[in-house]
Design a protein around this ligand. Structure first.
Ligand code: NAD
Ligand code: ZN
Ligand code: ZN
Length: 397
């Protein structure tokens, strides 16, 4: 099959690799019809490259048609149309039954002390082949795949794999009071969708912050008050002005460790990405690297007694946190990978009626063969690239 394969930092190639096959009775094989490119893939493309192995297949946002199932899989059958959650969860352990599928005790990667295995996300998360490919082997397939109806286009459903549950959980964890306000840092696909969901769920004021003009414009068109973090203005005072001088009730950090606008962070990334892998790996997990520009901004922005919901991914082990401010401002902090299955029942009605604008959400729908260029454009935020969906070419029989 054809697949997007990691070869090194900023080196993604589409090449022919062996087709996946059933390994466990709990597996299924899915023929991918649409698969997304995510901000999380960009971490692997650059600073988390140290954890990747040449030949790893990328991608974790897939949907398609069930081709084959193992003998223990009874919930789905060949021919079913399904969306595959980005994390692999069993559905019956303590964590899964507590709605914490991202901590699944069956698939936790104990060797690295991490949570549930993820598709296409390096050895830290189980070295599972990813979804930017023609076919995908899905472990724990009796629980993970979400059956969706025939009819509507893939764009309606594919975001159930990651963007929708992630943005939904970010808003849920933000605990915005009725009639309250939220600021969303970062208007990539996740922040953009979090703004849409916050408005849909009745937040009185949603403030979106980014540096990329077309991303700000996209949010503005949907009723978000936008603040341009690239201008010389003072973001904190601009946001306070919009929130009675106090700051928003909640701030969602949808940026993560690759914040722009912090020269220190930029320098640290550069150092890590040119180090030999073993050293870089140690630096990423043990050394204090200041990658926290967005998080520090969130803590600064939120009103006293407010909540910071972190959905952007962070990877450092000894990053300094502003404990004095956190304590003094009485801030609640919630964070983590999204527990996809937990939110599916809440999301299904939105997928059916599309008040969030899912059908127009992608800016680029490309053949999988164009993945190398798409990674580069998405990373550089060129060519209006906000959300890319890949379509593998149907194979001649
Ligand atoms: P993205 O890279 O397109 O979005 C990040 C946005 O932040 C960009 O628009 C960028 O311009 C903006 N930004 C950078 N620095 C900023 C700053 N200082 N102030 C304000 N905005 C700034 O990616 P995405 O797909 O939207 O993902 C966003 C984050 O969410 C990533 O860290 C990704 O790994 C993470 N993520 C987490 C989960 C989860 O389950 N928790 C799932 C998917 C993605
Ligand atoms: Zn993703
Ligand atoms: Zn489990």
């Amino acid at each position: 099959m054809r697949a997007a394969v990691w070869h090194g930092k900023r080196d993604v190639r589409v090449e022919t690799v062996p087709d996946p096959s059933l390994k466990e009775p709990t597996d299924a094989i899915i023929e991918i019809t649409t698969t997304g490119l995510c901000g999380s893939d960009l971490h692997l493309y650059t600073i988390l490259g140290a954890f990747m192995t040449e030949g790893d297949i990328l991608g974790h946002e897939g949907m398609g048609v069930v081709l084959e199932v193992g003998s223990d899989v009874t919930n789905i059958a060949p021919g079913d149309r399904v969306v595959v959650p980005f994390q692999i969860a069993c559905g019956h352990c303590f964590m899964c039954t507590s709605g914490l599928q991202t901590q699944c005790e069956t698939t936790q990667v104990r060797e690295h002390g991490t949570g549930a295995a993820l598709f296409g996300y390096s050895k830290l998360y189980g070295a599972v082949a990813g979804a930017q490919a023609e076919y995908l082997r899905v472990p724990e397939a009796d629980y993970g795949p979400i059956k969706v109806p025939e009819g509507p286009v893939d764009d309606r459903f594919v975001y159930l794999s990651d963007v929708l549950p992630t943005a939904w959980q970010a808003v849920e964890y933000a605990s915005i009071p009725p009639g309250g306000s939220v600021a969303v840092l970062g208007l990539g696909p996740i922040g953009d969708m979090a703004c849409r969901i916050a408005l849909h769920r009745g937040a009185e004021r949603v403030i979106g912050i980014d540096l990329v003009p077309e991303r700000l414009e996209r949010a503005r068109q949907r009723g978000v008050d936008v603040v341009d973090a690239s201008s010389n203005g003072d973001v904190v005072s601009e946001v306070r002005e919009l929130t009675a001088g106090r700051g928003p009730d909640a701030v969602i950090d949808a940026v993560g460790m690759e914040a722009h606008g912090s020269p220190v962070a930029h320098a640290a990334h550069r150092v890590v990405s040119i180090l030999p892998d073993a050293l870089a790996e140690r630096l990423m997990t043990r050394a204090g690297v200041d990658r926290l520009a967005a998080l520090h901004a969130a803590i600064e922005l939120v009103r006293r007694g407010g909540t910071v919901s972190i959905v952007g991914v962070y990877g450092g082990m000894t990053d300094p946190m502003p404990m004095m401010t956190l304590f003094d401002k009485q801030i609640q902090l919630r964070m983590g990978q999204a527990n996809v299955r937990r939110w599916v029942d809440d999301l299904m009605p939105l997928v059916a009626d599309d008040p969030l604008g899912l059908e127009d959400f992608a800016t680029h729908r490309l053949p999988l063969e164009q993945a190398p260029q798409a990674y580069a454009d998405f990373q550089a935020k060129r060519d209006g690239t906000v959300k890319v969906l890949f379509k593998p070419e149907p194979r001649a029989a």
